[in-house]
Write a protein that binds this ligand. Structure first.
Ligand SMILES: C[S@@+](CC[C@H](N)C(=O)[O-])C[C@H]1O[C@@H](n2cnc3c(N)ncnc32)[C@H](O)[C@@H]1O
Length: 187
């Protein structure tokens, strides 16, 4: 059932906010499912930047975009999302999405980390345009531990309410440290 997956809700919220022909950033490319989603939303006039530190992720994503006929809409960048400001100007992006953690089916030791994730969110918030939104999918427990979730949630709590609306969503009746979705809207 699609509605039981938090990724479904992240995509629905992004879809409700994203202008066609916009500029979208995927901070964690992985197997490319979010990059593909953003390319489809962007349409022919839009543009997508996607980041990952693993060549494997770029290979998966390149193929997925090619197979779906949208390869020309995205620039795939082999670099950490904490360097996002080197590739995108301040106040330019309509949507930035992060799906933290490790590459599904890949090495669980190569995963997003508290310090670089917080730095990437901070940079992303300056790259975001006024009226834009950021979606964060945060995992915890198991190989991931809790440090990244705690660091991200602590940082997000410090954002001034006059400039940002932060909405954190949790599964209320599910065990085993379910993922959490957070949306940040820049005023
Ligand atoms: C859960 S996966 C992303 C899933 C992906 N969005 C998808 O649709 O398949 C997390 C990804 O973040 C990547 N990653 C880890 N550290 C990173 C960093 N500093 N910058 C960018 N990506 C990073 C990992 O290599 C991994 O591929």
């Amino acid at each position: 059932m699609k509605q039981s997956q938090v990724t479904f809700w992240c995509h629905e919220i992004i879809r409700s906010q994203a202008p066609e022909g916009g500029f979208y950033i995927d901070g964690t490319m992985g197997k490319g499912r979010d990059t593909l989603f953003l390319c489809e939303l962007a349409g022919e006039a839009g543009r997508v930047l996607a980041f990952d530190i693993q060549e494997e992720a770029l290979r998966y994503t390149e193929k997925l975009l090619r197979d779906n006929g949208v390869r020309d809409r995205a620039e795939l960048i082999l670099d950490g999302h904490e360097h996002m400001e080197r590739y995108a100007g301040e106040g330019t992006a309509d949507v930035i999405c992060f799906n933290f953690g490790y590459l599904p089916g890949g090495d669980h030791g190569i995963a997003t980390k508290p310090d670089t994730s917080v730095a990437a969110v901070e940079k992303g918030l300056s790259v975001l345009k006024s009226g834009g939104m950021m979606s964060l999918l945060i995992y915890s427990g198991g190989d991931t531990g809790f440090a990244e979730k705690e660091a991200l949630l602590s940082y997000l709590r410090t954002l001034p309410a006059k400039k940002f609306t932060v909405i954190a969503n949790e599964y209320w009746n599910r065990g085993n440290c379910p993922p959490m979705a957070v949306f940040v809207f820049k005023k």
